[in-house]
Each structure stands twice: as structure tokens, then as C-alpha cells.
Design a protein around this ligand. Structure first.
Ligand code: GLN
Length: 476
């Protein structure tokens, strides 16, 4: 196992050690190359930014994120660095601008050491669908880390960085956080600017965060969040002031336990019992548990896989070999440029989704699939709004199983899609949700539970999740 990085607080107080800590982090990432967490390490850039941060601190500047060493999923743009989205088609593309979230984090003193591996274009639940090879779970390298932000999850879980950026469209941060035994937050839709995040399903996409604990996530989120004139869907809601850190929760809450999240076929017994145990721990702190029902849960996966693929098919039309990225050198007619470039430049899963998306949007099927899915999405949204009139937050498992074996679901897309069954409802409703580790199964693989809350309740759900962190000792 690697030597732990000095904490961000320690580095902030001893800025002279920052460059050394960054170079150690880069070395550890390289030593852990077999996990394939990174696609690109940003050595020179990271060392230069560490020196800058050190100089700014020594000049007396106050930098809230000085000392933080971060990794960024490779579907988020950083100017003049490679942006692959885990694909062949964007293989050598250099980003021409920097994502707003990254800009804000760097301006606050964070140092980014690299771009992490992912399922191509963030489509997947295992991080096996990357053109750069599958990511491996540090708890058992024969198992997947979850996906699609598997590289970022592994970078944090293996100790290569303090925290990391991922993205969620349907659970791509919470699910790998659960599989790797760390915390992962998907903020409210609109909380963080999407400018610079390569679009997959624009009505669902949200930059999201991994940390070793909930307090780290709040530190990063509060800097990255907030309205951005470059993203018209970013929300003007005020951002929590986290200068005092994650404050303890003094209120007693009503915590909803949604029945449907405990009744899925093929669910691991160990997950059901660990989640029930977490509920009891919260009750012991004085919160009350309320049984609730969210009957539309069963429709979330089909609705998601209509809407996400429809949006993807239109968003991915821009990758055609004409303007940027890879172009098939054999192409010598316009039709060939499209067919050969897109045919070979995208992986199987991406092509499958573009075809499904085009189908559900086509004239004859639009009403039967796309329109209907939008209606059901509305019902899911309204069901959450009404349950949040009865309870303050919801507690549920993050995933139906723990990390599965590499290759186990690769030929069965439907089985793969079902691993998101408990995460996609929050994406469809646009509400925030955080996954925290609550134990391990009989093989020692981590189990996560999620706290979901009303729109813009990030601070509250992190406070509840951090009570679980305090009460439940999880061996790592
Ligand atoms: N696993 C889901 C999918 O394949 C979610 C992906 C994501 O959140 N980016 O679409």
C-alpha cells in the first residue's frame, strides 16, 4: 500500500512541502499503473501549479483549497491538455478551454495531477468500456471499480489524491464510490456549472465529487458550485459557506426508508442488512425512521435508458472526424468520413446507444418512447417532491450488489444497466444524493448507502452521511 499523502491542512501550513507531495502523488499513481486509474498524468503542469500555490501562500494570499491534490475525470476539459473521454475518436484532442469547475478549484489553490480513466463518453457502470483498458478495483483487482467515473474513484481510494471530480448522468459517481469504499456526491442538477463537461445526457449530466469523507467533499463542492454565465442551467441559489467546515447536525430529522429500494430481485443480503443497520445507528442519534414508498422506482431504469440515449444520440453527432479528434485515414468520400470514423472511433456501447437514441427519437416512435419517458420522469420527480413533505431525507442502498468481477456483465448490457437501479431516480429528479461506506460484504468488498435530499440540500445530506461515517467503523 502507498504512503498516505500529507493532509491538505498540513500542506497549507507547510507550503514548502507541496511540490514534494505532488511529485510523490504522481509517483504513487505511476506505481499503481496496473489499476489504470489515469489516462494522462499532468506531471509538469502539476508541479508548476504546486510551485505557484506555494509562492502565493508565502506572499500571504488566502487560498481555501491550498494543499488539495485532485484528479479530474477525462470528460472534463482542461485547456491545452488531452481530452479523450476514454475514446479513440477523441484520442489526441487537446482541449481549447477549461471547465468552470476546474477553473474555480485551481484559482482556490487546488493542484490537479491527472485526467482519470472512464467508460467511453461516461457510458457504463464498470469502467471496463474505456479505449485505454479497464480500471481495476484496489480492494480486489479482479473486480470492477464501478463506473463510469471508475478512474477518479480509484485515484481517491488508492490514495493517489485527496479528492476527485467525476460526472454523473445516472449514478457514475455514487456507484463507484460504493464499490471502492469512499464518499461520492452528486449535487442538485444546476448546482455546478456543466461548462467544459463533455455532454452525454444534458438534462441529467452533473459534475460530481469523490472524497475520502463527506467533509472533504463539502470543501471542494463549495468552491466549484454556483451560477455560471456560461451554463444557462446553472442555478443562482446561494452556495453554502464552508469556511468552518462541515458543521455537526443539531436537528433531529425524519429519515424516510423507501421500501422499493430493499426489494429488488438478486439484491445482496449483506447490503440490505448493512443499510438497515445504518438506519438503526441514525435512530440511536435521535432521528426518527419513517417507512415510505416510491412506487415509480421500478420505472426509473427504462425511463433513464430512453432519455439518456436520446440525448446522447444528438450530443454525440458533433464527433464526426470533420472538426476535431481522430479521422479514419482510409476515408475518401464524405460518407466514408462519417461511417468509418464513427464506426471505428466509438466503442460498441456508444454505438449501441446512438442507435437506440436515434430510434426512440424517430418520427414513428417518438411519442411511444421519448414522450412517454418524459411523462414518467415527471411522475418520478413529483413523487420525490411529495415524499419530501413527509420526511427530511431518504436513506437507501446505493447499489443492489457489491463490485462484480471484471468481464462478468460485459456481454449483458441489461444486467449492466440494472446496477444503476437505485442511483438513476435521483438523476431523473435532479435531487442531490451522497453515497458513504457502511461496511463490507463477506468477501471484504465495500458497501455504500446513500442519503438523498430535496433540491439544494447538499449540506444537510452531507451532515447526515457524516454521522454515519462517525458511527460506523469501516475497515479499509
Ligand atoms: N451507468 C449509467 C450509464 O451507463 C450512468 C452513467 C453516468 O452516470 N455517466 O448510463
Amino acid at each position: 500500500m502507498s504512503i498516505p499523502l500529507p493532509s491538505p491542512e498540513h500542506l497549507r501550513q507547510n507550503p514548502i512541502q507541496l511540490t514534494k507531495a505532488v511529485s510523490d502523488a504522481l509517483k504513487q499513481a505511476r506505481d499503481g499503473e496496473h489499476l489504470r486509474a489515469f489516462i494522462t498524468l499532468l506531471d509538469d503542469r502539476a508541479l508548476v501549479s504546486a510551485e505557484n500555490v506555494c509562492a502565493r501562500l508565502q506572499a500571504g494570499e488566502k487560498l481555501p483549497l491550498a494543499g488539495w491534490i485532485l484528479a479530474v475525470k477525462d470528460n472534463i476539459a482542461i485547456r491545452d491538455t488531452r481530452l479523450t473521454c476514454g475514446s479513440k475518436i477523441l484520442g489526441d484532442h487537446q482541449a481549447t478551454f477549461t471547465a468552470t469547475a476546474v477553473k474555480r478549484l485551481e484559482a482556490a489553490g487546488a493542484v490537479i495531477i491527472g485526467k482519470t480513466n472512464l467508460d467511453q463518453f461516461a457510458m457504463g457502470s464498470s469502467s471496463e468500456m474505456s479505449y485505454y483498458g479497464e480500471v481495476r478495483n484496489p480492494h480486489d483487482p479482479d473486480r470492477v471499480p464501478g463506473g463510469s467515473s471508475g478512474g477518479s474513484a480509484v485515484a481517491v481510494a488508492a490514495g493517489f489524491c485527496h479528492a476527485a471530480l467525476g460526472s454523473e448522468t445516472g449514478g457514475s459517481v455514487r456507484q463507484p464510490a460504493a464499490f471502492c469504499g469512499i464518499a461520492g456526491l452528486k449535487p442538485t442538477y444546476g448546482r455546478v456549472s456543466r461548462y467544459g463537461l463533455v455532454a452525454f445526457g444534458s438534462s441529467l449530466d452533473q459534475i460530481s465529487f469523490f472524497g475520502r469523507d463527506c467533509a472533504s467533499i463539502l470543501s471542494i463542492l463549495s468552491v466549484a458550485a454556483g451560477v455560471d454565465p456560461r451554463d444557462s442551467t446553472s442555478a443562482p441559489e446561494p452556495v453554502a459557506d464552508c469556511s468552518k467546515g462541515l458543521l455537526p447536525l443539531h436537528r433531529k430529522l425524519r429519515i424516510g426508508i423507501p421500501a422499493e429500494y430493499f426489494q429488488t430481485e438478486g439484491m445482496d443480503e449483506s447490503i440490505v442488512s448493512a443499510t438497515r443497520n445504518s438506519a438503526e445507528e441514525l435512530k440511536a442519534l435521535g432521528h426518527s425512521l419513517v417507512d415510505v414508498s416510491l412506487p415509480t422506482t421500478a420505472h426509473a431504469i427504462p425511463v433513464y435508458y430512453v432519455l439518456a440515449v436520446a440525448e446522447a444520440s444528438s450530443n454525440l453527432a458533433r464527433f464526426d472526424g470533420a472538426r476535431y479528434g481522430w479521422r479514419n485515414p482510409q476515408a475518401n468520400s464524405v460518407a466514408d468520413v462519417y461511417n468509418l470514423t464513427r464506426g471505428e472511433g466509438f466503442g460498441d456501447e456508444v454505438r449501441r446507444r446512438i442507435m437506440m437514441g436515434t430510434y426512440v427519437l424517430s418520427a414513428g416512435y417518438h411519442d411511444a418512447y421519448y414522450k412517454k419517458a418524459q411523462r414518467v420522469r415527471r411522475l418520478i420527480f413529483e413523487e420525490f417532491l411529495s415524499v419530501f413533505k413527509q420526511v427530511d431525507v431518504l436513506l437507501a442502498p446505493t447499489t443492489p450488489t457489491t463490485a462484480f468481477k471484471i468481464g462478468e456483465k460485459i456481454d449483458d448490457p441489461v444486467a449492466m444497466y440494472l446496477s444503476d437501479i437505485f442511483t438513476v431516480p435521483a438523476n431523473l429528479a435532479g435531487i442531490p444524493a451522497v453515497s458513504v461506506p457502511i461496511g463490507c460484504d463477506e468477501r471484504g468488498m465495500p458497501i455504500g448507502a446513500q442519503i438523498m435530499g430535496p433540491h439544494f440540500s447538499e449540506e444537510l445530506i452531507l451532515q447526515v452521511a457524516s454521522q454515519l461515517e462517525e458511527r460506523i467503523e469501516v475497515a479499509s
